[in-house]
Write a protein that binds this ligand. Structure first.
Ligand SMILES: *Cc1c(COP(=O)(O)O)cnc(C)c1O
Length: 474
C-alpha cells in the first residue's frame, strides 16, 4: 500500500513538470509497426532511445500534441535512414551494366526460382546419392565449367580474389612469379596484385614496362626458382597507343617444363560475343595457359564466386589447400552456378549474363524512352523538360574497359542542381541510381531491367507531377 501510494505520488510529481514519454510506451505505438517489421524491435528501441536522449540533452519536452507529432516524426526519420541501409532493390540507370556498387550481375528470376527448392530443404551438398557416403561438394559444377571452357577440371571459390590468392599460394609459395609491369593493377577496393602476391607468400618478379612486355621479357626472367608466370587481364583501364603485350602462345611454347602459366582473366567472358577485344577464358586455355580464373558475377552472370579451371592435376592441388575450407562457397552459390551453366550451355535466354541481355533491348528502349519523354513532356522555355538523348553503355565491373555500346537515355532538365535531382531519384520508393553527364542528369535505359520499366515510369510521373513540384509545366 505504501509503495503504491509512493508511486502514485511520484507519477503526479512527474506529470507536474515537463517530461518525455517512456521508450517502451512509444515502441508500442502503431506508427512504428512498419519500422519494427523492417528493422526489428531492438533496432527501433535504440533509435527511439537516441532521439529521446537528444531531446533530453537539449531540454526539449513534450507539452503539446504538436511536440508529440514532432517527436514521432524525428523517430520515424531516424528509422527511415536505417531502413535505407538495408539490402534493397534499386534501379540501375547508370549505363554501367556490371556495376560493383549495385551488386554486379542480377540473377535471372527464372534461375532464382529454379534453385529455391534445393536451398529451402536439405540437399545432397556433400553426400554421394549413388553411394550413400560423403561425396564431393562441387557436384556437377566442374563438368559444366569444363563443357563451357574446354578445361579438364575446375574449382569454385568465394570470389576471384580468392582464386588468385589460392593459385599463387598453392603453386608458388616461396617461389618466384613473373608478372608484367603493365599488369600491376589494382581492382576496386584495395585488391592489388603485388599485395596479394606478398600475402600468398610468392616473390614477384616484374618484367617489361607499363606499355610493352614481350615474350622475351618473360622467358629471360625465368630462373630455377620460377614457379609461375601470371598474366592479369587489364581490368578497368586500357593502355592505348604504343603498346605491346606478349603473345600467349609463344610464351606458353617457350616456357620450360617447371614453369606454369596462369591467367587471371577476370571478366569470365567465354561464349558471349559482345566484345571485339576481350579474350575469352577458353581461348587462353587453348593458347596454352595451364589455369585460368575469373569471377562468377561478371560477364557469365552468376552469383559472387571465383572459378578456376584448367589442368586436372593442378586443380586437384588447389582443392587440397588448407585455405580451401575458408574459400569454399555454400550451396546457394553452387546451385545457382549449376543452374546458370546448364541454361547457358543449352543457349536459354535466362542463362545469358546481364552484359549480353543488355544488348538485346536497344530498339525497345528507344521506343519506350521516346514515349516517356513525350508523356513527361515539359516546357523547354522554362527549363523544365525531359528529352531523349543518344548515349553509351559500358559493361563495367572491371571488364571491357575500352568498349562502348550504343544506348538511349532520358535527360532530365529541371530548375535545380543536377546533384539535387540525383539525390531525389535515390529517395524514390525503388531508388533510381542515375548519372550526371555535361551537368545534366541522365537515366540510361540500357541498364534498366525490362521488368523495372513500369516502376521507373510510375516514379518519374510522381516525381514530375506531384503537388510539391507544381513548378513543372506539362
Ligand atoms: C574483378 C577482377 C578480380 C576480382 O574478382 P572478385 O570476384 O571481385 O574477387 C580479379 N582480377 C581481375 C582481372 C578482375 O577483373
Amino acid at each position: 500500500m505504501a509503495a503504491s501510494q509512493a508511486s502514485q505520488a511520484s507519477q503526479v510529481k512527474q506529470q507536474s513538470r515537463p517530461r518525455l514519454p517512456q521508450v517502451g510506451q512509444i515502441l508500442e505505438s502503431p506508427f512504428l509497426e512498419q519500422a519494427i517489421s523492417r528493422l526489428s524491435r531492438p533496432i527501433v528501441t535504440d533509435a527511439i532511445r537516441r532521439v529521446i536522449d537528444g531531446y533530453r540533452k537539449q531540454r526539449r519536452f513534450i507539452t503539446s500534441d504538436e511536440d508529440m507529432q514532432q517527436l514521432q516524426n524525428d523517430i520515424l526519420s531516424s528509422c527511415r535512414s536505417l531502413i535505407r541501409t538495408r539490402q534493397t532493390r534499386v534501379i540501375n540507370a547508370t549505363g554501367t551494366v556490371i556495376h560493383t556498387n549495385l551488386g554486379r550481375s542480377p540473377i535471372s528470376p527464372e534461375l532464382w526460382d529454379a534453385v529455391s527448392e534445393v536451398n529451402t530443404g536439405y540437399s545432397n551438398l556433400e553426400i554421394s546419392l549413388a553411394k550413400g557416403k560423403r561425396g564431393e561438394r562441387k557436384g556437377l559444377v566442374n563438368h559444366l565449367v569444363n563443357a563451357l571452357t574446354g578445361s579438364e577440371d575446375a574449382v569454385v571459390v568465394n570470389n576471384n580474389a580468392a582464386s588468385v590468392w589460392l593459385l599463387l599460394n598453392e603453386l608458388a609459395a616461396g617461389k618466384e612469379v613473373i608478372v608484367s609491369r603493365g599488369e600491376q593493377i589494382q581492382i576496386g577496393g584495395g585488391f592489388r596484385i603485388p599485395d596479394i602476391m606478398r600475402m600468398a607468400g610468392a616473390k614477384m618478379v616484374e618484367v617489361g614496362t607499363s606499355n610493352i612486355t614481350t615474350a622475351d621479357d618473360y622467358i629471360d626472367a625465368v630462373t630455377e626458382d620460377t614457379a609461375l608466370v601470371l598474366m592479369v587481364h587489364k581490368s578497368n583501364f586500357a593502355v592505348r597507343g604504343f603498346t605491346e603485350t606478349a603473345d600467349m602462345k609463344e610464351v606458353a611454347r617457350r616456357l620450360p617444363e617447371h614453369v606454369l602459366l596462369a591467367v587471371d582473366q577476370g571478366s569470365g567472358l567465354v561464349t558471349e560475343t559482345i566484345s571485339k577485344e576481350e579474350i575469352p577464358a577458353d581461348r587462353y586455355l587453348r593458347q596454352g595457359a595451364h589455369l585460368v580464373c575469373f569471377s562468377g558475377d561478371k560477364i557469365i552472370g552468376g552469383p559472387q564466386a571465383g572459378i578456376i579451371c584448367g589442368r586436372k592435376d593442378l586443380v586437384k592441388k588447389l582443392e587440397k589447400n588448407p585455405m580451401m575450407r575458408a574459400f569454399r562457397p555454400g550451396r546457394v552459390v553452387y546451385s545457382l552456378l549449376e543452374e546458370l551453366l546448364v541454361r547457358k550451355l543449352n543457349s536459354e535466354d535466362c542463362g545469358r549474363g546481364i552484359a549480353e541481355r543488355s544488348q538485346l533491348n536497344l530498339e525497345a528502349n528507344r521506343q519506350w524512352a521516346e514515349r516517356e519523354a513525350a508523356e513527361l513532356g515539359g516546357s523547354p522555355e522554362q527549363g523544365n523538360y525531359v528529352s531523349l538523348v543518344e548515349d553509351q553503355l559500358i559493361i563495367g565491373g572491371g571488364t571491357l574497359p575500352d568498349e562502348y555500346y550504343p544506348s538511349w537515355s532520358l535527360e532530365i532538365n529541371l530548375n535545380k542542381a543536377a546533384n539535387q535531382i540525383l539525390d531525389e531519384l535515390r529517395e524514390m520508393p525503388v531508388p533510381v541510381v542515375a548519372v550526371i553527364r555535361n551537368d545534366k542528369v541522365r537515366i540510361n535505359l540500357a541498364t534498366i531491367l525490362p521488368e523495372d520499366r513500369d516502376v521507373v515510369a510510375g516514379q518519374l510521373r510522381n516525381y514530375f507531377f506531384a503537388k510539391e513540384s507544381q513548378e513543372y509545366v506539362k
